[in-house]
Design a protein around this ligand. Sequence first.
Ligand SMILES: [Zn+2]
Length: 487
Amino acid sequence: MERASFSPGCSFLKSLLVAVLLLTSGSSAIGQSKSRTGSAPQARKQPTQPRNPQIARLVSEIDARNIERTIRKLVSFGTRNTLSEQNDPNRGIGAARDWLYGEFEKIAAASGGRLTVEKQAFEQPKAARVPQPTMLTNILATLKGTQADSANRVYVVSGHYDSMCTSPTDAKCDAPGANDDASGTAAVLELARVMSKYKFEATIIFMTVPGEEQELLGSTHFAEEAKKNSMDIEAMFTNDIIGSSIGGNGKRDTHTVRVFSEGVPSNETQQEAMTRRSVGGENDSASRQLARFIKESGERYVPGMKVWMIYRRDRYGRGGDHQPFLERGYAAVRFTEPNEDYHHQHQNVRVENGIQYGDLPQFDDFNYIADVARVNAASLAALALAPARPKNLMVNTGLSNDTELKWDANKEIDLAGYEIVWRDTTEPVWTHAQSIGNVNSYTMKGMSKDNYFFGVRAIDKEGNRSPVSYPRPMPRAPANRTTPASN
Ligand SMILES: [Zn+2]
């Protein structure tokens, strides 16, 4: 199995970097104020971070048997098409909704009031895949953060509980949806069960939504409400088709999960696009930083799993519940199995030419789903225990061979300080990190912003690290504007 992060790049580049570091030694000047200047000599390859015992423990409590039980129960409702029966206790989307709500309620009861469950219901008007106005109900289980300065910071983990057969508007056919997306729904329920026994500084929302197959309606409603209420969602994960370790190509891979992240933000403005074209940054959106964070934390706590980062929003011709979040400026990623089998997705259950079609539980690998849930658990816990990523990070755009960064001070009471991270412009992940103490600006002497990508992350006293923030250009001082722009 391929081991993950921070693998060295090409050794020529490394030698170059070492040379740069040596050349700049002696130029370090560490100030007393909340601002510092540093040179690269102390800089080092990212050290292996210690494991937080709380995260290791909760990851070990994810149980594949619970996931199997949930999937078989969801499949037993025959169909979970969003347009199917709302009031039949045994068949249709309503039965699935009520059963899921009851399961979250049981977890809430065991949490001593720390987990709260609600139905977020709304009437969806007629739409492309909704022939008549239809009630949709998102189920939200909220584990409130325990640290006053962080409780408004929210992480959302989601799966969709609706399903479809060949036609998205056929509400009568059997649509077992064992993989798409009982697998993601079961993972979210198991995450709620395990994580609600622990305390996190920030808030986690465990969400299951309908309407995904009707063009992302449940998740769109949640994201729109969140936006209206200025909810500070720092990250959103959708788990969708995480059920099978065998693809239609015959490949069996029980050790890989794909994490899709977009590079250019879906809500990028014209001005931001101009800046990006001018200085780069198409590989450094908040969602891309989130994917890197998941790769680091997921592989640290679930050593059997490889997080395969895919640098695109989603697969060709497909979409998912992370999109409405991206469109509203929230960082979001999609988890999906590495090799899909299209005979088992969006297909009427049938045998044709000896081939079994349909999304049946026999094609799920419950141990694999549990491992994907563990990657989610590790990443969510690491996010919700860490400080927020630094805000308002800016890089001085003046002509200089040094790189000057500044940002707003984090507000967490247990903040220890910050790390500068950097990488060669062709590296996929951050390769270097340097601790700089509790300051709000820092200058990397002798390392030009033209030649590397830089970022900053926050660290608390227990060593929990935030995702990396990527800087935007600092507005230029008027005096600098006399420099010709065309050189
Ligand atoms: Zn799906």
